[in-house]
Ligand binder design. Structure first.
Ligand SMILES: [Zn+2]
Ligand SMILES: [Zn+2]
Length: 581
């Protein structure tokens, strides 16, 4: 609904003649409007119990379209081959052509006509899963979105059907403008190319939350240099077919991108480039501390062509964007005591990866080869433990066999080591999911909570503290279980958990999975301050996921971490000593 109402209610685009698109027969459709139809189709197919892969394919294509800078309608009118874009196959391409040529989609219309009133009622909210909503309708005896909303607000859905279902409904009904950082990165590249290409700006640099690597973003902002600002504003309104202009001034403008986030551009010249970069990168908290030293930035009389020059002018060292959060970075910059932030190059291995032994899709050998190709010295294979049946948890016998198997593989490897590990479930009572005599044979463990999220804060904290009392507990996996934009994670008393980790010689991880990034940067900062080391792990389930390390590194940098705080910046020999408790 969010995108739909936005794309229809927003300011009118320039007349069709001026933008050279749209014909007398077919209305002009923005990428968002085309994507909305694909998403609605996906929802109706899912209600029909259609193959889930097919449903996902339509959902993914809809997401892809929202991020594209070219107008899909123009591409179709130019007879372009749509299957050249990743995620768009023949079936989806022909659906898109039909939408553009006729303004509708027969399959969608017929499914809508056949749909039960309950399913039809939610078709404006394509992110709602019809099967789950049907369950809610049945259980609560309701049949409309308004009633669904009421029951959500009164807490009845959560009470009668549980927290997860309530969260799903809330997410589906909420107008969201937020986006995961890694998705925004794709969008950033597309917009940047559009600015430098068709908009012909001289220079464009990303600023704001994206530059500071905030894990969830609502706005994409650029500082740009051009002689024709009004021309750029006009061009941007054609981004993705049509992008409504929300507001514009003499040197800035805001647009509503079809992917749900806002696009902001700020004009800067060579002379005030550094100043605008600092001002637009933020954060507010950083600027507050900074301007306490510099005075109002916009009032600066002298030229600041670079950010370095601006900081230097006030006796400050250059502050990396990831650190600009208003902690102590300005004070430390004044004393030239800023941390030297960890980079991907400092990483010597990955300590959390899955293989086909549990729910991964590549073999141990393939995972090892891919890690070696990345220049690593080791990779820890930490498949799920026996209780986690839905993720193919490894039985006791099979883990014994895997330990022997890895020993054999290691005997053949030179300059690289496969570490024997497991992602051991922390059971509800705080015990670990394998017997000690087996845990003892592992090089180290990652211990995680995957069940009983609903336990209260006190119980959940006790559960973790007890688990850490086991001498074979090494790294706490994804400490809070949060899934960004999906669920908040279970509640724990992080201070007590950090204290226990410090006392018992346990460690944390920053899980690099873009929707986890758990520890959060705040919690990682606290852990490091308490002297607890942190691993930056990918939790890869295939070789293709190893590069998401960069997301975890971003998070570590936001926490101000240096390489000496990061476990996997150490060679195995040193790590080994830390893991022996
Ligand atoms: Zn896990
Ligand atoms: Zn895992």
């Amino acid at each position: 609904m969010a995108e739909k109402s936005r794309s229809q209610d927003g300011p009118q685009p320039p007349p069709a003649g001026m933008i050279g698109a749209g014909t007398a027969e077919a209305p002009f459709l923005s990428n968002a409007e085309i994507a909305d139809r694909l998403a609605s189709l996906a929802q109706l197919l899912s209600a029909q119990k259609e193959n889930p892969y097919k449903v996902k394919a339509y959902q993914r294509a809809a997401g892809k379209l929202r991020n594209m800078s070219e107008s899909i309608q123009e591409l179709v009118q130019d007879d372009a081959d749509l299957t050249q874009y990743a995620g768009i196959g023949d079936a989806i391409a022909s659906a898109i052509r039909e939408i553009v040529q006729t303004g509708s989609l027969r399959r969608l219309e017929s499914l809508r006509a056949e749909a039960s009133p309950e399913v039809a009622s939610i078709n404006d909210y394509p992110r709602l899963d019809p099967k789950r909503v049907k369950r809610v309708y049945k259980k609560l005896g309701i049949s409309s979105v308004q009633e669904l909303r009421d029951k959500l607000e009164s807490g009845e859905i959560e009470q009668m059907l549980g927290l997860r279902l309530a969260q799903h409904v809330r997410q589906g009904l909420t107008e969201t403008h937020a986006m995961l950082l890694y998705r925004a990165d794709d969008l950033r590249v597309a917009v940047e190319e559009f600015l430098l290409g068709p908009c012909r700006v001289r220079r464009a640099e990303v600023v704001g939350d994206v530059r500071r690597r905030v894990e969830v973003i609502e706005e994409l902002s650029f500082v740009i240099d051009t002689d024709d600002f009004p021309g750029v504003v006009a061009r941007l309104q054609r981004y993705g077919g049509r992008t409504p202009l929300v507001s514009s001034g003499k040197d800035d403008a805001v647009f509503a991108l079809s992917s749900g986030v806002m696009l902001r551009i700020q004009l800067a010249g060579r002379k005030d480039w550094g100043l605008q970069m600092v001002a637009c990168t933020g954060s507010k908290a950083h600027l507050k501390k900074l301007t306490a030293v510099t005075g109002a930035l916009r009032g600066l009389k002298t030229a600041c062509t670079t950010e370095e020059a601006l900081y230097r002018k006030f006796g400050l060292a250059y502050i990396e964007p990831e650190l600009r959060e208003g902690y102590d970075e300005v004070e430390r910059a004044a004393k030239n005591e800023l941390p030297v932030l960890v980079t991907q190059k400092d990483i010597k291995g990955d300590l959390h990866a899955h293989s086909t032994s549990s729910d991964g899709s590549d073999s141990i050998e393939d995972m090892a080869a891919a890690a070696k190709d990345r220049g690593y010295e080791y990779i820890g294979i930490s498949d799920h433990s026996q209780s986690l049946k839905i993720a193919g948890g490894v039985s006791i016998e099979d883990l014994w066999a895997q330990i022997k198997y890895i020993d054999k593989l290691n005997a053949r490897l030179k300059g690289f080591r496969i570490l024997k590990s497991s992602e051991v479930d922390i059971l509800a009572d705080g015990s670990l999911d394998y017997p000690d005599d087996l845990l003892k044979e592992l090089d180290y463990t990652v211990c995680s909570i995957h069940s009983r999220f609903a336990m209260n804060r006190e119980q959940q904290t006790e559960r973790l503290l007890r688990a850490m009392d086991n001498r074979y507990f090494n790294i706490l996996g994804h400490a809070t279980g949060r899934l960004l934009l999906k669920r908040p994670g279970y509640e724990i008393d992080i201070e007590r958990v950090i204290e226990q980790a410090h006392k018992n010689g346990c460690f944390f991880e920053i899980n690099s999975s873009p929707d986890r990034l758990d520890l959060s940067s705040e919690n990682a900062r606290k852990a490091a301050a308490a002297g607890v080391m942190i691993a930056v792990n990918t939790d890869s389930h295939s070789t293709g996921e190893l590069p998401i390390l960069r997301c975890g590194i971003d998070q570590a940098r936001r926490a101000g971490l240096e390489k000496m705080t990061i476990l996997n910046c150490l060679p195995w020999q040193k790590l080994q000593r830390l893991f022996a408790r």
